[in-house]
Design a protein around this ligand. Structure first.
Ligand code: UD1
Length: 426
């Protein structure tokens, strides 16, 4: 398993580029299932979850070609024949987003067999809302040996009010509804930019969708979708992680190729912390404004403060003067980075969904363990300001969702390198 070795102390200076959003790319790749034509996606990030999804689609009979570098991170997907509409456990066990193939598979082939998903260990993460929605659209769903099996001749449009706001649940049912018979109306939908991105692709494929990006989405089902070309949105969580990297190191960092509108909640919080921010059309510059000041956050659905930025923000809070309260509202077990931050010298106490961070505390290097994707990013951020050399184990969690993370950070002055284990395994 690879490790990162990070020596803290350097302010990050220069320009760092943001890649395409993993969480947009995953549903958009799943959407290719809905048509026998070719779907071309650009700005696909080169991360492990995308490779997992490629394997998943290929195992079902799809042709998937991933090209990086000069090929502009483009993927060509053709699901002409889906000979094996099964999402096998061996492939999906590391990636919860695999539940995203459930809706499109059943809509296209009338049958889907999908292993119950794995993914980050940040809470129970049920998929009951996906299942209830598909049942409301006429699917019959059974569960055996860790697999869900869904069947339907043709899905029917339905009026669904989500009990809870779910991002991939909204995306899964949205894809299913595009090929359903009649109209679907979904209420209490997720408004995340990734939902809007997916809807843009679906519309380009011939779907009839109104209201994506608001809490009510209307879909008129069509009998067939066709191929399309679509460019994936920039990754707002990667961009946000870099903003915090600039702020925590007291640097001057231009985070380029991002969509500042998607970063509004984080930007306003950083300003509250005393960080200087200049917003351009597709870039955000972050500069030190002197001492960082404590500020509280509460994670919420978009456009609120993203749960996917909570761990990284917590690293920043350890370097802010005063007490910051961090409330995690979306997932019940998302404080696994806290023990590791404490081992590096942070003063954090947890009570239920609230963490209290007392700063500023000097951080020291230590051997630390990554527990999930965003927790890994949080530990890298802490290591960038720690005294000495921090060794981060299990960076495969980070590789699921950040493209060339250490190379990008090195490019702006961080001292970070990857170390393979003695057996050379990942
Ligand atoms: C997506 C993102 C993830 C982000 C999360 C919240 C992807 C691939 N992943 O995850 O990075 O942290 O949104 O912004 O896009 N829930 C249920 N039943 C369900 C579905 C969800 O109770 O059927 C609950 C979850 O346990 C959680 C909450 O709803 O408490 C939100 O989860 P959801 O929005 O579904 O997260 P994901 O789509 O898995």
């Amino acid at each position: 398993m690879d490790k990162f070795v990070v020596r803290g102390g350097n302010p990050l200076l220069g320009t760092i580029k943001v890649s395409g959003a993993k969480n947009s790319a995953l549903p958009c790749m799943a959407a290719a299932i809905l048509t026998e034509d070719e779907v071309i996606l650009e700005n696909i990030p080169q991360v492990q979850d995308i490779e997992t999804e490629r394997k998943l689609l290929t195992s079902m009979g799809a042709e998937v070609e991933l090209g990086y570098g000069r090929a502009q991170h483009r993927t060509h997907i053709k699901c002409a024949i889906l000979s094996d509409p099964v999402a096998k456990y061996e492939i999906v066990k590391t990636m919860r987003a695999s539940s995203l193939v459930l809706g499109p598979l059943i809509a296209r082939t009338g049958i889907a067999r999908v292993a119950m998903p794995g993914g980050c260990a940040i809470g129970g993460r049920p998929i009951d809302l996906h299942i209830n929605g598909l049942e409301a659209m006429g699917a019959t769903i059974t569960q055996d040996h860790g697999y869900l099996e869904a069947r339907a001749d043709r899905l029917k449009g339905a009026h669904i009010v989500f009990d809870k706001i779910t991002v991939t649940g909204t995306e899964d049912l949205l894809m299913a509804a595009t090929l359903a018979e009649g109209e679907s109306v979904f209420e209490n939908c997720a408004r995340e930019p990734e939902v809007t991105d997916l809807a843009a692709l679906l519309v380009a494929m011939g779907a009839k969708i109104e209201g994506a990006g608001t809490s009510t989405i209307r879909i008129q089902g069509v009998s067939k979708l066709h191929g399309a070309r679509h460019r994936i949105n920039p990754d707002r969580i990667e961009a946000g992680t870099f903003l915090i990297a600039g702020a925590i190191t007291g640097g001057d960092l231009n985070v380029d190729c991002c969509e500042p509108k998607h970063l509004a909640a984080l930007i306003s919080k950083l300003e509250q912390c005393g960080v200087k921010i200049d917003v351009g059309a597709d870039h955000v510059r972050v500069r030190s404004g002197g001492e960082l000041k404590a500020a509280d956050i509460t994670t919420e659905e978009y456009p609120g403060f993203p749960t996917d930025m909570q761990a990284q923000y917590m690293a920043l809070a350890t370097q802010s003067e005063g007490t910051s309260t961090v409330i995690e509202n979306i997932f019940e077990n998302r404080f696994m980075h806290v023990q590791e931050l404490i081992r590096m010298g942070a003063n954090i106490t947890i009570s239920g969904r609230a963490a209290t961070v007392r700063g500023k505390t000097p951080l020291q290097s230590a051997a630390v363990m990554c527990s999930d994707l965003r927790a890994s990013a949080s530990l890298v951020l802490a290591a960038l300001v720690a005294d000495g050399e921090t060794i981060l184990d299990r960076v495969y969690h980070l590789d699921r969702g950040y493209e060339h993370f250490e190379e990008k950070l090195r490019g702006v002055g961080a001292q970070i390198r990857r170390m393979g284990d003695v057996f050379g395994k990942r």
